[in-house]
Design a protein around this ligand. Structure first.
Ligand code: FES
Ligand SMILES: [Fe+2]
Length: 334
């Protein structure tokens, strides 16, 4: 079983545990055994995937902006005012200085702060100042593999910068980063780093039974006294395309709600909570594995008001579950 296969297993066990924690609380709920095939996950390649690394709105100037992804030290930088975002190794091949302390020069090249070596967006070294005038030394260093930075494909989509942390641009081109279609072109993304590993943080997002307890005070109407036993989840294994999960409410205040969840490898959880009156509250999470024991969470949410006339009059006021910030298709609703 591959790493993702193992993760699926754990996710599913957790989901079943979350739903069936009810065994004690409400005896009589039947366990639904789900048959899952994992063989096809063995080929999962963690590097040949698109990962969102930062919302574009959070990138300063042309960079370089240091990031970690799959425990690689990388930098993001823009190769000119109207240029493209680049992602290269964050360590200078000369004497291993962190390139995040460098700058982008007027040619749109990344210059190392230590001795001024310059690099193009494709990672090739374009200048070694101390070798200038020495043809032999320049020939050994400029444009050579020994002085090249690893460079990775990037893509921007719906306000996020994505990185493909593998040297396989053609494969990257054939695959689109996953962003839920229902989001607007530039949603309000939040981004923060969490001191928890990818598996732990992903799992907790699939366990709604914690919400009435953990989110008391954080969200209106979330309180231990409202907690209700959940029905077992319906889980569909989509192989390398992830998981599709349906479940119902977990509090007296949302028992009529139907949740549609989608896990899209490597790190997306896209969930829509549909209420009987037509309201939809959506959450989109990415759990980006930055380094062991750490995850970057990138999130947005949206709200679709009820389409019934009576509820529309009250708009958000009738919600059992309101958010502190309500966004509609990724845009803030005042
Ligand atoms: S360490 Fe980067 S130029 Fe010397
Ligand atoms: Fe939660």
């Amino acid at each position: 079983m591959g790493a993702v296969g193992a993760a699926y297993c754990t996710v599913q066990k957790t989901m079943r545990r979350a739903a069936i924690s009810t065994e004690v609380v409400t005896p009589g709920i039947e366990k639904k055994e789900v048959e899952v095939k994992h063989e096809k996950h063995d080929s999962f390649n963690w590097e040949k995937q698109w990962y969102p690394v930062l919302p574009l709105s959070m990138l300063h100037g042309s960079g370089p902006e240091p990031i970690k992804l799959l425990n690689k030290d990388l930098v993001l930088w823009k190769d000119g005012p109207d240029g493209d975002w680049r992602c290269t190794s964050g360590i200078c091949p000369h004497r291993l200085a962190p390139l995040a302390h460098g700058r982008v020069n007027s040619n749109g090249e990344l210059m190392c702060r230590f001795h001024g070596w310059c690099f193009k967006g494709n990672g090739l070294c374009s200048k070694v100042p101390m070798a200038e005038g020495d043809e032999e030394a320049t020939a050994k260093l400029v444009g050579q593999d020994c002085s090249k930075l690893a460079s990775y494909p990037t893509k921007t989509k719906k306000g996020l910068l994505f990185v493909w942390p593998h040297d396989s641009a053609e494969e990257a081109d054939k695959k689109e980063p996953f962003v839920p279609e229902e989001l607007s072109e530039s949603p309000n993304w939040s981004c923060f780093d969490v001191p928890a590993g990818w598996r732990v943080w992903l799992e907790q997002s699939w366990d709604p039974s914690h919400a009435p307890f953990l989110h008391q005070y954080a969200l209106p109407n979330f309180a231990p006294e409202y907690a209700s036993a959940m029905e077992p989840f319906e889980i569909q294994d989509l192989g390398d395309e992830g998981l599709s999960v349906k479940h119902g409410g977990y509090m007296q205040t949302n028992m009529g709600m139907k949740a549609d969840r989608r896990f899209m490898p490597p790190c997306a959880n896209s969930t829509a909570y549909r209420y009987p009156d037509g309201r939809i509250i959506g959450f989109n999470f990415y759990f980006v594995p930055t380094e062991p024991g750490k995850v970057r969470q990138i999130t947005t949410s949206y709200f679709v008001p009820s389409n019934t006339e009576e509820k529309q009059k009250n708009q958000l006021s009738g919600n059992m579950m309101q958010m502190s910030k309500v966004v509609l298709q990724g845009g803030l609703v005042s």
